[in-house]
Design a protein around this ligand. Structure first.
Ligand SMILES: Cc1ncc(COP(=O)(O)O)c(C=O)c1O
Length: 494
């Protein structure tokens, strides 16, 4: 034992930084505050320059660690100048909102305490119970005895948890256990249904679950990009007649591409009549029912078995945070729980330990930053945010309709507007229009004034605006339309 180096001095690694935490923290906070203050006047889409890409990709691993001050300097010089555009109010591309300042701070507290949200007697576990209730209230999900909210990395992970539980439940209903037996027993294929507008994560869930993307039926959508419920019923009946095992329907409460809301009440009825799991993907639009203009469209969400919502989308929670609201927590526990000897199985004072209801074991305390955002906004703040974003989308829709050289490509739903530039007096074919609008999107980024990427809507390249920023206002909508028209005119030579 004599040669074991128990006395290596590690003070230089962390202890000094802990002693200096307040100074280092103030320095970092000052930089961040400066960044947030200057953001509105900055170029919106700041592309990392080539030399920075090369520099960041080829760093040598230092033998002697850098000082904490050097690390802060590095972040100031090489990281902070190149944010994703989502923080800027004239960035309309992503479904992610800018992080709310107090949530950034709350996340710092969560990280400093370093307490995982998987289990144990820790404040986050109890806070999670209230947060779950709040999220259910906002989404219109009944807070029942078997209800629970789980936090994940995002909507994809929440969808996967929901469909894993649905798969377990379908097998259990049929008298077998998919956890024990797996999918290799030659049983009839399980089939899920979603509209052809559903988010790609649902297909990836089917792949991950070993069910296969061929067994995700893409139900045709109508002209408003909503699921055709008659077609859904026909497809279920046809699969049953083939001896297959329909098990779940995924409805979208706000598709990513067009904001379309599937007819949830009718789909709930189909699921109840056919004995299928009803999952709603509301990652983007789960809170849309708070806007009286859309509340009718959200009737039926309360009948879902599970609902995905993404607090890092419309709720301004810093990345990452997705959530699943379930009305069947006991089934999730059956589908996931496995407690190793070194862990205590627990549920204290009615606060479930999340790791028993999901695949992940240790995971960060996402509850605190999410709670902080909701506590800061209050119910009325969230409602006002949703109503205002949707109203701005309606204004943008109107401005597009009024412009002779702009064409709307989908009915405006929630806060998503799809449109394209169509030069007057020119007879461009579809490929030329696609190309022109791709170039307009690039020119918008290059102008530094805004950011609006493209998508495809019914096969056509579309400029897609998703209005999510708490600072967005009517001037932003007018500015966007004027910018697209000016650049469209320049690029098409009209
Ligand atoms: C409707 C919908 N579902 C699921 C997802 C996936 O969510 P995440 O990216 O948080 O995993 C998204 C992401 O944009 C989405 O818009």
């Amino acid at each position: 034992m004599a040669d074991r180096k128990t006395d290596i001095d590690l003070t230089r690694l962390f202890s000094d930084d802990r002693a200096e935490f307040a100074r280092l923290g103030k320095r970092t906070m000052d930089s961040l505050a400066d960044y947030l203050t200057r953001l509105p006047d900055e170029v919106v889409d700041r592309v990392v320059p080539d030399d920075e890409r090369a520099y960041l990709s080829n760093l040598d691993f230092p033998d002697q660690g850098m000082s904490a001050d050097d690390i802060v300097t590095f972040m100031e010089q090489h990281i902070m100048p190149w944010p994703q555009p989502t923080g800027h109010q004239r960035s309309y591309g992503w479904v992610n909102s800018p992080p709310m300042p107090v949530s950034i701070l709350a996340d710092g507290v969560a990280q400093t305490m370093n307490a995982a949200l998987d289990g144990y007697d820790f404040s986050g576990i109890f806070l999670m119970v209230s947060l779950g209730r709040w999220l259910m209230e906002l989404t219109g999900i009944p807070d029942e005895e078997d209800s629970m909210a789980l936090l994940f990395s995002g909507g994809s992970a929440a969808n996967l948890n929901a469909l894993t539980t649905a798969r377990y439940w379908a097998a259990k209903t049929d008298g077998w256990n998919v956890r024990d037996e797996g999918l290799q027993g030659g049983r009839p294929a399980m089939i899920a249904y979603a509209s052809d507008q559903v988010h790609s994560s649902v297909q990836r869930c089917m792949e991950q679950l070993g069910l296969g993307s061929d067994n995700l039926r893409k139900v045709p959508a109508n002209d408003a990009f909503q699921m055709d419920v008659g077609a859904l019923k026909d497809m279920i009946a046809a699969d049953r007649a083939e001896g297959l095992r329909p098990f779940a329907v995924v409805a979208s409460a706000g598709t990513t591409n067009t904001g379309a809301i599937d007819p949830m009440n009718a789909i709930a009825g189909v699921c109840e009549d056919s004995g299928l799991w009803f999952h709603v993907d509301g990652a983007y639009g789960g809170f849309g029912g708070l806007d009286p203009r859309y509340s009718e469209a959200y009737v039926g969400i309360e009948r879902a078995h599970t609902v995905t919502i993404d607090p890092h989308k419309w709720l301004h929670v810093p990345l990452d945070c997705g959530a699943l609201l379930t009305r069947h927590k006991s089934l999730h526990r059956e589908a996931f729980s496995l407690t190793p000897d070194y862990l205590e199985q627990g549920e204290h004072d009615g606060a479930p330990w999340p790791y028993e209801y999901m695949f992940q074991l240790t995971y960060a305390n996402r509850a605190l930053k999410t709670w902080a955002a909701l506590a800061r906004m209050g119910k009325s703040g969230v409602r006002d945010l949703i109503i205002r974003c949707n109203a701005l989308a309606d204004l943008l829709d109107q401005l597009v309709s009024d412009a002779p050289d702009l064409e709307r490509l989908s009915p405006t739903s929630l806060s998503v507007v799809n449109f394209r530039y169509v030069p007057e007096g020119q007879d461009l074919d579809p490929a030329q229009l696609d190309d022109l609008n791709e170039r307009i999107s690039g020119a918008v980024s290059d102008s530094g004034e805004a950011h609006i990427p493209t998508t495809r809507v019914a096969g056509k390249i579309s400029l897609r605006a998703c209005i999510l920023h708490y600072d967005n206002n009517a001037d932003d909508m007018r500015h966007l339309v004027a910018l697209v028209r000016r650049l469209g005119s320049e690029l098409s030579g009209t």
